[in-house]
Ligand binder design. Structure first.
Ligand code: Z2T
Length: 826
């Protein structure tokens, strides 16, 4: 039998052979799934295979946990309400080095790894960029041997499954756990209690001091579920710990004692609802009570979980040497008053000491600039749910504002601006301010974003604490988004510059000279073509969408949001159609183009849902328009998720990153596309600025206003109607939509969208229309010269190694965490 030692010894402590792998797989199938090979369902096969691979990670995981504990090294605790992990099997095979072993073992049983991997249901425990970033970061932390733990929530239902009914989005529950998941290990015995509600009272402690005590109204259990997070090219396997809510024994006792069995059971449901479902709003929090409960639930459990690992008698003043909590946006910021409560109320520390420890233990990453995306919690709700925390927040605020008054005597306007408590339209806690006050460092997620945070959103704070503010530009894991999703490109890179670049991504620079090598360009184009073919057959099978792969693939995938401007992309599509209908251009002269959209709308976001309906309506007509001679196709596969992204991104020629400048904090899809050899058409927004700088202006289709230009236009008074009136092509596109041609003659069907564009257009779609169309014309010209296009595409790959999340993590380490790597030796 084939013995694959070279790849397996690196990271598994049990060297796997094809035979031992096969034995373990068959054992799993028989004794864990309880089926015969001959009658096993696809899911049986997947579960058995996944657990087989998982078990090859366990030894390294246990060793990692033990060695890190013994060393007492500093731990990075990443606190995130979302982890958008994507399918796990391939990544586990890659990091254990077992891909070939598994493939051979399964083949010898007459099974196909490809078929089995396609059955995996991805855990969609996130909305979009923020959740996917958390997943990339824990991958890089493990790869870089950093003692780290990811804490989050094990939602029973992740992000909804999107379907289209008559072109409109309909949400279905994502019951990703219905067959169970092989990747988790629950620890009911390690559950911790989390309290809510009740009131506070004054008490006298043993030393005769007056102390505040929180007398909660209810408690729930937080049960941890562990997921292994294997590093790549290392034996290090870190932990992702997701909490699930369970009713406490008190609930069960209650069931016994009360005659009212029914309402007792109902109370149990209430407790367990906490981790029931992920809130599907990206960047527009709804202020729901259950959401605040979720936040406190996972943060309180996580802090307790970490504190109990400290040795008896540990001097809490040394806490910042042992842990650093990273707040992934404001969702976990209730951890700041929670740690204060533990230190002051439970551990008896003086307020000042506790405050010093707390501030030194937390750091805050902000992910937005949109004012409506900044979380606030009404004082009413917070006081009801967490009365002691509200008192602590008040005291933090009092002290903080005393400092402001001392520095800026008489400046009460400033005090009101900076207060953690807003007064209008209702008294509420500004979570971003609490996070800023309670943290050592505050970072934005791309250079431009960090500048705008410092100079606009949090300018008073940066004036007061200039050293608090820093930048860490986002990144993506090249293991998942190059090696796994684009194996053909990865192979070509291996063959060209050798291996080792996957965890040293700047080495992609070595590809630069090959941009001038015609045979490399040809090979590179063949990779892209093969990826298009692969995507086309996937879409035929997945959605029944028939496409030609012989076209420019123009892709816009991201959450549906007005600021991201899917409408601008759609106006381009409609403009082409309009010009062909009017005979201004000949269909035969068009570069065949496939426009792919992928986007979920928050279920309560009316405008976003209407835009989805409009895109689907335009697609239906355009795809059947004989005038276009099949030169323009619009595909909008439903339920864009990580699984689809991994197939779609490698197939793209053109990456649409067209948000209004100053609105997209970073974007991370933009990085994935560039690293897979797509060219970007984009504005100077978020990380586009850095991509543009790195790849060079000749290799990027730049258009649109800059952030300062947006600001001046807005200051001067923006009137979208004048752009409509002054631009015939734009008028043509908008009029075509209003004509009813996309709605069976109904001229009012898209009024909601169109009248907003004409009279409000908060994100200045009409102002950027002309330069966008011109940039698309440059795309057409550039694509016509395939050799030159390939050169540009190759340079995009070669010059974007900076965007590995390994580099982001190194920046966090250098600028914020200062936690040493701790390689695990087996
Ligand atoms: C989110 O995905 C992002 C920002 C949010 O602000 C919330 C969510 Cl759920 C509160 C995104 C940003 O929009 C995007 O620009 C960025 O790349 C991503 O976070 C990761 O930083």
């Amino acid at each position: 039998m084939l013995q694959v030692t070279e790849t397996t010894e690196r990271s598994t402590s049990t060297p796997a052979t094809v035979d031992s792998f096969k034995d373990e797989f068959l054992r799993q199938l028989r004794y864990e799934q309880g089926v015969e090979l001959g009658t096993a369902s696809r899911d049986d096969l997947f579960q058995a295979l996944a657990r087989t691979v998982r078990n090859y990670m366990v030894d390294n995981w246990l060793t990692t946990v033990e060695t890190q504990k013994a060393a007492g090294s500093k731990v990075v605790a990443y606190l995130s309400a979302e982890y958008l992990m994507g399918p796990q099997l391939d990544n586990a095979l890659l990091s254990t080095g077992l891909t070939d072993v598994a493939d051979t073992a399964l083949s010898s049983l007459g099974l196909s790894l490809d078929d089995i991997r396609a059955t995996e249901v991805e855990p969609g425990l996130g909305n979009g960029g923020l959740g996917r970033l958390a997943a990339c970061f824990i991958d890089s932390l493990a790869t870089k041997n950093i003692p780290a733990i990811g804490y989050g929530i094990r939602y029973e239902y992740g992000i909804f499954r999107q379907t289209f009914v008559d072109g409109r989005q309909v949400e279905q529950p994502d019951s990703w756990l219905s067959n169970g998941t092989p990747w988790e290990i629950p620890h009911t015995d390690q559950a911790v209690e989390v309290a809510f509600g009740g009131h506070t009272e004054q008490a006298i402690d043993q030393t005769g001091r007056s102390v505040t005590r929180w007398v909660p109204g209810e408690t729930v259990l937080a049960v941890p579920y562990n997921y292994m997070v294997p590093g790549y090219g290392t034996a290090n396997v870190n932990t992702l710990r997701l909490w699930s809510a369970k009713a406490t024994n008190a609930f069960n006792l209650h069931i016994f004692n009360s005659g009212d069995y029914e309402s007792a059971v109902r109370a149990q449901t209430v407790a367990e609802n906490i981790s029931k479902v992920l809130y599907p709003e990206d960047s527009t929090p709804q202020g729901k009570e259950l959401r605040l409960k979720q936040q406190y639930f996972f943060v309180a459990a996580s802090i307790k979980d970490f504190l109990r690992t400290l040795p008896e008698g540990f001097d809490l003043k040394k806490l910042p040497e042992r842990i650093v909590f990273q707040l992934n946006d404001t969702h976990p910021v209730i951890g700041v008053p929670e740690l204060m409560r533990i230190l002051v109320d439970e551990r008896g520390l003086a307020w000042e000491d506790a405050w010093d420890i707390t501030r030194r233990s937390f750091n805050y990453t902000c992910h937005t600039l949109l004012p409506e995306a900044l979380e606030v919690w009404s004082v009413d709700l917070l006081g009801r749910l967490l009365p002691r925390h509200l008192e602590i927040i008040y005291r933090i605020n009092e002290q903080f504002l005393a400092g402001i008054r001392a520095t800026y005597p008489g400046d009460e306007l400033r005090v009101r601006r900076m207060s953690i408590i807003q007064e209008q339209p209702e008294r509420a806690v500004r979570m971003a301010f609490l996070a800023t006050v309670g943290s050592t460092k505050v970072n934005g997620v791309a250079a431009l974003h960090s500048d705008l945070l410092r100079d606009k959103v949090l300018d008073d704070f940066s004036a007061y604490w200039p050293d608090k503010f820093t930048n860490v530009t986002n990144g993506i894991t090249p293991r998942r988004f190059v090696q796994l999703s684009n194996p053909s490109l990865a192979n070509l890179i291996d063959d060209t510059i050798g291996t080792g670049w996957l965890n040293d991504l700047e080495r992609l620079k070595e590809l630069e000279p090959y941009a001038e090598d015609a045979s490399f360009r040809k090979a590179f184009r063949e990779v892209k073509q093969a990826n298009k073919d692969r995507f086309v057959s996937l879409l035929a099978q997945r959605d029944g969408i028939e496409l030609s792969s012989d076209a420019l693939f123009d892709v816009m995938v991201k959450r549906l949001h007005e600021y991201k401007r899917q409408m601008l992309k759609l106006l381009h599509v409609v403009t082409i159609y309009d010009r062909v209908l009017k005979g201004e251009i000949k269909a035969a002269d068009l570069t065949p183009r496939v426009v792919v959209f992928g986007a979920k709308a928050a279920p309560g976001y009316k405008m976003a849902k209407e835009i989805i309906f409009l895109i689907n309506s335009v697609a239906k007509v355009v795809n059947n328009a004989p005038e276009l001679e099949g030169r323009l196709r619009v595909a909008f596969p439903a339920n864009y998720n990580v699984t689809l992204a991994e197939k779609l991104i490698p197939a793209a020629d053109l990456s649409e990153q067209i948000s209004l400048a100053g609105k997209e904090a970073s974007g991370t899809g933009n990085m994935k596309f560039a690293l897979n050899g797509a060219l970007t058409i984009g504005t100077l927004d978020g990380a586009n600025v850095e991509i543009h700088e790195l790849v060079g202006g000749e290799n990027f289709f730049l258009f649109g206003m800059t952030e300062p230009e947006v600001q001046s236009l807005s200051d001067a008074g923006y009137h979208p109607t004048s752009f409509y009136e002054g631009n015939a092509s734009l008028r043509g596109a908008i009029d075509l939509i209003s004509s009813g041609i996309f709605s069976g003659g109904d001229r009012t069907a898209f009024e909601f969208v169109i009248s907003d564009l004409l009279y409000k257009d908060r994100f200045m779609v009409l102002a950027d229309y002309q330069t966008y169309i011109e940039a698309q014309e440059r795309v057409e010209v550039a694509y016509a010269d395939q050799e030159s296009w390939s050169r540009k595409a190759i340079l995009n790959v070669a010059r974007t190694g900076f965007f590995t999340s390994d580099r982001s993590i190194q920046d966090y380490l250098d600028r914020i965490w200062h936690a040493p790597a701790f390689p695990v030796t087996k």
